[in-house]
Write a protein that binds this ligand. Structure first.
Ligand code: GLC
Length: 526
């Protein structure tokens, strides 16, 4: 093919443009006429550089590994923990977005009883269950899910406006009630409900709380911020002829804490890491500023010595937890930039997206996958975090099992090369190890709120762990546990009084839905 002089000139400019990207200088962004573009553009309109000026994949792999791993050493993590701790203390004193006190001032005793409808509105499922609590005895935790329905939340449900969203919830509650066997639920009475809500909420009572911006890609808060959540759901149910009364609302982090405390009284913290992340902590009321409690009856303060706090810990970390250029890209393209810095670097919703952004750069600058971004992962949030877990779990020779899965999921014509597999595995491990390090740092900083004094006694804290990444991602919980222990040990070398402190991150089972039931039982008893 012969090129006219103008096309040759444009081609040189295009190469220059890509070279600037490679050298990390802002490209000049030249647009080519269609005819010239065809020669150099890939399917996704990325320009392909001649192989001679491509960056070797192993070199990029080294850089990515260094960027993700650099902050993950105990010394730096301990420093970050101290900075986070300072931020936590500030937000415990004032502000309405995070460090939100619930109305739960006692932990369950394990003696609460009753049968309840429990709802768990999570990031990717809405579950409706009939739960029986029958008191804890030696070999039985006394919690029983008698019936449960699991409803997937897809992107279209995430985007529903408030009215349709609550109508959808009401429909699913009705479906579950229809499925319950005769006699399990009385048809004549108003049905008492406990709701675990995986989004921020400003509690106004045990039963009530006002809607706050939801995150996780949901739209249902738009137009109803500040309205009562329980009321919105009750009205939606009534419109379907269903008389329900929301008798307890708790954030999913508090629900997790409540259900595990029902089983194990040493539980005073919880940690969620699934689609989103959060933690709850049981702290003395005096740690919080007066304004944090809103309008509460003075009798509440007379009874309350400690209180369960929904920390919304996902919102912390900006300016403290180091970011890579891929984090920054993700944040820039996010519908709520900077809203949840810790979450954007650690949770199931984002780990896959981070890997996708690294792959996109490798495709563009290192000829990964022949320089073509696979169509199946060319859109945002199209790479599932479950794939990262599968890659890390793979013990087959040459990671053949995950190579085959990648070929299928990405829609590649051939298997990824061994060098590409090594690259992917290295980056995946770097992303997940950093996530574990940041989560451990956030937990250590929270735990330090309980153990700030110089002379405190020996202690054992159980942290109830929940969420798909925490419970299912290979090695994740163990890594977090080790990081927290190492941070405590490192502090011990300078402060001998901390030597006997132990933090145990305990896996839970069905904690959110069970916790919603425990919350109703506690509310009924107060
Ligand atoms: C998000 C929400 C928070 C929730 C967490 C875990 O960070 O803001 O309320 O607890 O996800 O589901």
């Amino acid at each position: 093919m012969t090129m006219v002089p103008l096309e040759i000139f444009q081609t040189i400019l295009r190469h220059l443009d890509r070279l600037l990207v490679y050298l990390k200088i802002r490209p000049i962004g030249l647009r080519l006429p269609k005819s010239a573009s065809r020669i150099f553009e890939t399917r996704n309109h990325d320009v392909v550089l001649p192989t001679s000026i491509m960056r070797p994949l192993h070199e990029f792999q080294r850089e990515a590994l260094a960027l993700f791993s650099e902050p993950c050493n105990i010394q730096r993590m301990s420093h970050m923990s101290a900075c986070l701790n300072t931020e936590y203390v500030k937000k415990l004193k004032r502000g309405t977005e995070c460090m939100l006190p619930s109305f739960c001032h006692t932990l369950p005793t394990g003696q609460e009883e009753g049968t309840f409808i429990a709802l768990d509105m999570g990031g990717s499922t809405f579950r409706v269950a009939l739960v029986a609590l029958s008191t804890r005895v030696a070999d039985n935790d006394g919690m029983n899910i008698k019936h449960i329905t699991v409803n997937k939340i897809n992107e279209s449900i995430r985007r529903l406006p408030a009215r349709q969203f609550f109508a959808w919830m009401a429909g699913k509650i009705q479906d579950m009630l229809h499925q319950c066997k005769d006699g399990q639920i009385s048809q004549d009475e108003t049905i008492s409900i406990g709701l675990a809500w995986s989004f921020p909420i400003e509690q106004t009572s045990h039963q009530g709380g006002t809607v706050q911006p939801m995150g996780k890609g949901f739209k249902a808060h738009e137009g109803v911020i500040g309205q009562d959540l329980g009321n919105l759901l009750e009205v939606a149910c009534r419109e379907r002829g269903l008389e329900v009364q929301v008798n307890a609302i708790v954030n999913d982090s508090s629900a997790t804490l409540l259900s595990q405390a029902y089983k194990d009284p040493a539980t005073t913290m919880s940690l969620i890491l699934g689609t989103g992340t959060n933690a709850a902590i049981y702290l003395p009321v005096k740690h919080l500023g007066e304004d944090k409690f809103g309008m509460r009856d003075p009798s509440w303060f007379e009874q309350a010595e400690k209180v369960i706090i929904n920390t919304e810990v996902s919102m912390f970390g900006k300016g403290i937890l180091p970011t890579t250029r891929w984090d920054e890209e993700l944040n820039r393209a996010h519908s709520a930039p900077d809203f949840q810095p810790l979450e954007y670097m650690t949770t199931g919703r984002y780990l896959g997206e981070l890997l996708r952004l690294v792959i996109a750069e490798a495709v563009g600058t290192c000829q990964m996958f022949g320089g073509l971004m696979p169509d199946n992962i060319s859109g945002r949030y199209t790479l599932d975090t479950a794939l990262l877990a599968a890659i890390e779990e793979d013990t087959t020779m040459g990671c053949i099992s995950s190579a085959e899965r990648i070929q299928k999921e990405f829609g590649l014509l051939s298997l990824p090369t061994p060098a590409e597999m090594t690259f992917l595995r290295t980056v995946v491990e770097a992303i997940s190890h950093r996530a574990a390090a940041y989560i451990a740092t956030a937990i250590h900083a929270l735990w330090s709120l309980k153990h700030g004094g110089p002379h405190e006694a020996t202690s054992k804290t159980s942290v109830a762990a929940n969420g798909s990444v925490m419970l299912m991602y290979p090695g994740f919980r163990t890594r977090c546990q080790r990081y927290v222990a190492d941070m405590i040990a490192a502090a011990h070398s300078s402060k001998p009084s901390r030597s006997n402190h132990e933090v145990l991150i305990q896996p839970t089972h069905e904690a959110t839905i069970l916790g919603a039931a425990v919350a109703v039982a506690i509310a009924d008893a107060t």
